[in-house]
Design a binder for this molecule. Structure first.
Ligand SMILES: [Zn+2]
Length: 274
């Protein structure tokens, strides 16, 4: 999937201004964050940006570049301004498109993901005859991430952590809309790697096919100062006699006992989690 990512304005064109902020800086910041997350966490995506620094580039140059490159999606990032009273998030697709168009479907998905995380008033899904939406030959969307001249929105726009959240919202939407696959080495955010509550770590000081050998091991451990007992278990239809020397809900405690057993010469000690 080829994504053309367009941070609005730049260089001699600061875009909207207010509360000590320039739109061009914020759109670049959000876009660079979007690119980084997509590149770090997803595969099957190639990204071209209209600019990666504070440079001047016309709207015509942006759409020509995306068209010539053969982008699959054009994502423009902007910040709004109005009368200081207006606030919130809105996004646009071209006014000629129907609500059932492919572009509208991509927009629906991205809109929902951005709104989940951006803490802004939702001004809705809109259509307009903007240059980048009209002159791009692939599905195109433009997001307006808050109002720079509104005190509430500007308060958020000044926070790097908020800009990161907005970037993540766009990434989640793009990933969902285009079925991007997460890289294998990046764990999914939700499931925690820690064991389920109630996990018991059993320290086994040897496991034997013979009950007599297991009893001998219990006696040996006793002489070395470890108390244990024989526990019968069935593995693949065979009976084993396990010498259990301890059971802990805390993994560190279990590891400590294993180390003590090995120091005492019980090299076949091992841990099982239940
Ligand atoms: Zn703008």
């Amino acid at each position: 999937m080829k994504l053309y990512l367009d941070p609005g304005h730049g260089g001699q064109d600061p875009g909207a201004q207010g509360n000590g902020l320039d739109e061009k800086d914020l759109t670049l910041d959000i876009s660079l964050k979007i690119r980084k997350i997509l590149q770090d966490e997803y595969e099957g995506i190639v990204i071209k940006m209209s600019r990666t620094g504070d440079t001047t580039k016309s709207l015509g140059e942006r759409t020509s570049e995306a068209n010539a490159w053969g982008a699959d999606f054009f994502m423009a990032i902007h910040i709004n301004s109005d009368s200081r009273i207006a606030q919130g998030y809105e996004d646009y697709i071209h006014s000629s498109l129907s609500d059932s168009s492919k572009t509208a479907k991509y927009r629906d998905i991205i809109h929902a993901e951005v709104i989940k995380v951006n803490q802004l008033k939702n001004r809705g899904k809109k259509k307009a005859n903007f240059h980048v939406l009209r002159e791009s030959s692939m599905p195109a969307m433009l997001s307006e991430n808050g109002f720079i001249d509104n005190t509430h929105d500007a308060g958020l726009l000044k926070q790097a952590s908020w800009l990161q959240k907005v970037a993540e919202g766009h990434v989640n939407g793009i990933a969902k809309a285009f079925n991007l696959k997460r890289k294998d080495n990046i764990p999914a955010p939700s499931p925690s790697p820690s064991p389920a509550p109630g996990t018991l770590y059993k320290v086994i000081g040897g496991s034997f096919k013979s009950k007599d050998h297991a009893d001998e091991r219990v006696a040996l451990l006793h002489t070395k100062g470890f108390e244990s007992f024989v526990h019968t278990t069935n593995i693949s239809g065979e009976t084993w006699y396990r010498v259990q020397a301890g059971a802990f809900s805390n993994r560190d405690n279990a590891d400590n006992l294993i180390n003590d057993l090995k120091k005492a010469g019980i090299n076949d000690a091992f841990l099982i989690a239940e």
